[in-house]
Design a protein around this ligand. Structure first.
Ligand SMILES: [Zn+2]
Length: 362
């Protein structure tokens, strides 16, 4: 478990001492390894052992198993996927800082932690305002810029009592304490950077209510740069679509949304008028049966049919570009279902209904 001693080793040479097949996967044990096995909320390393790809690394009963994509033996050169590992180091180290500031500033404990390749969250057990959480973000960034050292100690459950730990550990045996010099002490087996400056930056992305407190999504380091770029691209896309400056775009979109709501209402009112006009036009013909093509959308076609068969004695078969509607008044005896089903089957439309009203769409 050499990663605990030096988290900056990216490649090393060693020997495969055991190869085994487990559930159809090849697993190898190395004489010594710098690969990080999944644990403490941090995903495992990936990389290469010789020509084999490392897919997953885990620890069981003091042994570290490397799950690889093919069998490999002998002396091997190992390569840790450093981009991935350093990303986790930045996120995990940032989380120590962030959680500590929540505790110092607002007496809020971190009760959950989740870190994946895509995102990182912590759960805190106290309700805070958005401003208070952003104040924690600011203080955490100040700790980053102070460039304080991360240190490791090895002790046990008793030894931990001498430290101001966020939470005293319950486990037996050797415990590794990770210190951010004169600021935070935390039992942890994860990989951390050498000093807080390497975390780069902490940025809160999302705050949700969760149990008695919040779930906070946040990012550190290179992730923030990537997310900033992604968000900036989206924003640039939107602002150029509207030929608007960034500071005005929210107002412009809000205005457009209001206009859309108003226009939708107007369109609906006009549609109703159009349907009513069409109803009286058809009723005035004096006919009772209509088998016609109509130039209306699905909803208006349905409305038209409904309004006609509300009167006694009518039977309608409407076909538009997107719909087929069959409907009849309550006092008509004919069975319209069979013909309707045949037609929609023939045309490949989907729909159905009861014996009085049937509708189908493309
Ligand atoms: Zn840690």
């Amino acid at each position: 478990m050499l990663y605990k001693e030096n988290t900056y080793v990216k490649s090393f040479e060693t020997e495969v001492v055991e190869v085994r097949d487990k559930d159809g996967k090849v697993e190898v044990i190395l004489r010594e390894t710098y690969f990080y096995p999944e644990g403490g909320g941090q995903p495992s390393d990936k990389g290469n052992i010789g020509s084999a790809k490392v897919e997953y690394v885990y620890e069981k009963e003091g042994k570290i198993y490397h799950v690889v994509d093919k069998e490999i033996t002998g002396v091997v050169k190992c390569e840790i996927d450093w981009k991935r590992r350093f990303d986790f180091m930045q996120q995990h180290s940032g989380q120590h800082i962030f959680s500590r500031v929540f505790e110092i500033k607002y007496d809020a404990d971190t009760v959950g932690f989740n870190l994946t390749e895509e995102k990182m969250t912590i759960d805190i057990n106290k309700k805070l305002s958005k401003e208070e959480i952003l104040e924690v973000e600011k203080m955490a960034n100040e700790i980053i810029y102070s460039n304080v050292k991360f240190k490791n100690y090895y002790t046990d459950k008793e030894g931990c009592k001498a430290f101001d730990l966020r939470k005293q550990p319950e486990i037996e045996g050797e415990i590794r304490l990770v210190e951010i010099e004169n600021f935070d002490w935390c039992p942890c087996c994860g990989t951390h950077v050498n000093s807080t400056g390497e975390v780069g930056v902490i940025k809160v992305n999302k705050i949700e209510g969760y149990k008695e407190g919040h779930r906070i999504e946040f990012s550190c380091g290179f992730r923030v740069v990537k997310e900033y770029n992604d968000k900036n691209n989206i924003l640039t896309g939107i602002t150029s679509m509207y030929s608007a400056s960034t500071d005005l775009i929210v107002d412009i979109l809000k205005k457009q949304k209001d206009e859309n709501v108003m226009l939708s209402k107007e369109v609906k009112a006009l549609s109703n008028k159009l349907v009513d006009y069409k109803v009286s036009e058809l009723l005035e013909t004096g006919k009772k049966d209509f088998d016609i093509k109509i130039d209306m959308d699905f909803n208006n076609s349905r409305m038209l049919a409904t309004k006609i068969v509300q009167n006694e004695g009518y039977l309608v078969k409407f076909e538009s570009d997107e719909a087929i509607i069959y409907a009849k008044s309550k006092n008509r005896e004919e069975n319209i279902k069979e013909e309707f089903n045949n037609i929609i089957k023939e045309k490949g439309y989907k729909g159905g209904g009861n014996e009085y009203f049937l509708q189908a769409k493309k």
